[in-house]
Ligand binder design. Structure first.
Ligand code: ADP
Length: 362
């Protein structure tokens, strides 16, 4: 502000000087000519009139200079304050955000459009930062909560063995193993979630046949599903167009869905993996005849760390992150992952739909 004021005052002074010097240099000779034209020929009368003119001219010049300095100085000050004040407010706002105070009050709108845009961008950034900070702390507290159950179960068993109230028999070891597997899986899946955004940037997409991805997933899961006595079938619509995806990542989505289908389908059940075309999309569907999902749980199954009632009570080693990861992979390919169930014990259907590149839609 001081710099701007000094610069402005300098301009006013230079302006004033040019005005005064020019007026002093030009006005007397013009006036003299007018006297001559008016027929004032007496030299003494002309000198006298000219002196009177110059003294009144100087006096008015002085008054004009003074009022001009006061008025233009005042106006400069007024405009300077109008410009500098909002700049200062936005700078203070940015500094508060930088120091981590995301609750800093957003400066009110001012008359400078560029500054308003900057303020809006900063405010948007602070909201994003607040959300991701909130998200991070929620993830940490959810995780702490999820880790507490298996760890305290194992600790209680160890205490029981030490006090000889629990026998270290096969059942005890199985409980310990199940709980540790759960911790293990949690840590693996959390890593997966945190690396997800980074990995998504490194997605290696190429034109692939959707049937090939399904065949690979079928081959990988058929032995495990078969061992549990579940009937597993693969159906691929002929002549499917190619899709532009990272086959590893889409394979990972199918793997998550098949793992869930296996986990939540009892012995003697059925799992189908089908690949179909629907106009501009290819649908991969994993349909199982398992325990199904109740209506009130359906809206939450893609939430991070969400596990359905049955999953929580079965001592199962799922982390509640599988579907979260799978959906984010689907979305990063411009696709969608949805889950559906008619209700308890009526099976579930998960559908991954991926876009067919426009040039291949016929
Ligand atoms: P988890 O590791 O617990 O399986 P997911 O994110 O994969 O976590 O799934 C979240 C929840 O959705 C599960 O706990 C379960 O309640 C429900 N769910 C997912 N897939 C199925 C399925 N095929 N059948 C029944 N319930 C399912």
């Amino acid at each position: 502000m001081t710099q701007m004021l000094v610069g402005q005052s300098f301009l006013i002074i230079v302006n004033g000087l040019i005005l005064v010097v020019t007026a002093l240099a030009v006005a007397p000779s013009i006036f003299n000519e007018h006297l001559h034209d008016a027929g004032v020929v007496s030299a003494s009368a002309r000198t006298h009139i000219l002196e009177a003119y110059i003294s009144s001219f100087n006096a008015s010049l002085l008054i004009a200079a003074f009022s001009s300095i006061v008025i233009s100085g005042g106006l400069s000050w007024y405009f300077m304050v109008r410009i500098v004040k909002p700049i200062k407010e936005v700078t203070d706002f940015a500094e508060m955000l930088a120091s981590g105070d995301l609750d800093a009050r957003t400066p009110i709108e001012n008359s400078i459009p560029e500054l308003n845009r900057l303020t809006d961008a900063l405010a948007g950034m602070s909201v994003d930062l607040a959300l991701s900070r909130e998200e991070q702390s929620r993830l940490l507290s959810d995780l702490a909560h999820e880790l507490r159950t298996p760890i305290s179960t194992v600790l209680a068993i160890v205490d029981g063995i030490e006090d000889a109230v629990i026998q270290p028999d096969a059942r005890t070891w199985k409980t310990i193993r199940d709980q540790l597997e759960r911790v293990n899986r949690l840590s693996h899946d959390v890593r997966e979630v945190t690396q997800n955004s980074e990995k998504l940037l490194n997605t290696m997409s190429s034109a692939v046949n959707p049937g090939d991805i399904a065949k690979a997933a079928y081959a990988a899961w058929n032995p495990r599903i078969g061992r549990k006595g579940i009937n597993f079938e693969l159906e691929i619509e002929p002549d499917l167009p190619q899709i532009y995806v990272d086959p590893q990542r889409i394979g990972q989505v199918l793997s998550n869905l098949l793992e869930n289908a296996l986990r939540y389908t009892p012995i003697g059940g059925k799992i189908d993996l089908t690949v179909l075309r629907a106009i501009d999309r290819v649908h991969f569907a994993v349909v199982d005849s398992g325990q199904g999902i109740e209506a009130h749980q359906l809206p939450h199954i893609f939430d991070r760390l969400y596990r359905g009632d049955a999953a929580r009570h079965s001592g199962d080693s799922g982390s509640g992150l599988g579907l979260t990861i799978a959906r984010s992979i689907a979305q990063s390919h411009g696709g969608e992952l949805t889950g559906m169930s008619e209700g308890r014990d009526l099976g579930s259907t998960f559908t991954l739909s991926l876009p067919i590149p426009t040039q291949l839609i016929s």
